[in-house]
Design a protein around this ligand. Sequence first.
Ligand code: SF4
Length: 430
Amino acid sequence: MNKPEIIPQDDIAGPKARHKTTQVMVGNVAVGGGAPIVVQSMTNTDTADVEGTIAQVAALSRAGSEMVRITVDREEAAAAVPHIRDGLRKRGITTPLIGDFHYIGHKLLAEYPACAEALDKYRINPGNVGFKNKRDTQFADIIEIANKNNKPVRIGANWGSLDQELLTKLMDENTASANPRDARAVTREAMVQSALLSAARAQELGMPKNRMILSAKVSAVQDLIAVYQELARRSDYAIHLGLTEAGMGSKGIVASSAALGILLQDGIGDTIRISLTPEPGGDRTLEVQVAQELLQTMGFRTFVPLVAACPGCGRTTSTTFQELARSIQDFIRDEMPTWKTQYPGVEQLNVAVMGCIVNGPGESKHANIGISLPGTGEAPAAPVFVDGKKFRTLRGPTIAADFKALVIDYIDQRYGKGNKTPESAVTAAE
Ligand code: SF4
């Protein structure tokens, strides 16, 4: 039998170098040109509801959304935008606001100059900016207003509202060609061309490249990957990544993570949005959490301390360890907005919550602080490890609360103002 080939470590590929793009400033946030990949989200409130929209933008921002898009679909919404911006600033929230325009964006931006001024970026969909002979003039009107206000735009093509004239033209050319491609390949090409032709038109109208971000969102994973790879291959515009209509719950999370994960690994993407459909009454901020976790688990950014937990198995004696893992994770996420200022660097923390002795001590030693709970047949004791060393053994009904207190102590001692070294933190606790 042939021996398996041993691959030298240097040949094990990591992520590709980031695709070089032109940097765009959206308010105070840099997108592209080597800047960290930006997390953004979108409200689902009626923008005319000023207080409701302020509350949701604030919640998304608090969850970690670095830019927030709001729908501007009618006059009442356009009139509300400056009040939303002012209300947020009064609360100390400077997260850039992006206006999402369809069909009548040119009219709303012209008739509501305070809206045009208050927004940090306009999103234009080249597929529905206008129809027939009006399309070019309405697109030009928006670009002119953006230029006048020094605002960037996102030219966002979408599979569901693809420019039908362009698609028909490409389909006709394809039919007449000697080697016609399948209709799906032609539609992918139309997506790419729709974004690139609109960007070229905006440049002819005087919009510089450093004020344009492109997207071409599709709902099928393989189409999305193909379209964005092509968009990146043919241009150096900053790129907004997102799988449109990703869906609800695990389906939306898996599909978005699969598609965006492959593109990010390929070096493509300067800002991301995870388009999850919330459960009825569900929390809109989940899409921000998923976007952050995708970037963090892939090693591109750090946002919150990560909790490693084993899946549990027949050796797990009770639900204690699931409850502890959940409670620690929720606690960390809830406290992060405060910790970010109080404990600089805390987002690098790794916590492990493990279910038994098989992998528990090993995994816990790799974390900053970890606990190995007792599995079936093990003594009712839970060793805690701090920075790779056995620190203490917890026993009795208060194991969960005691471990949480140790995590808080660790954070305070390592990242707090006194800033003791981890070793002194262990000694102090012992
Ligand atoms: S660490 Fe123990 S409880 Fe957790 S999955 Fe492995 S064997 Fe099961």
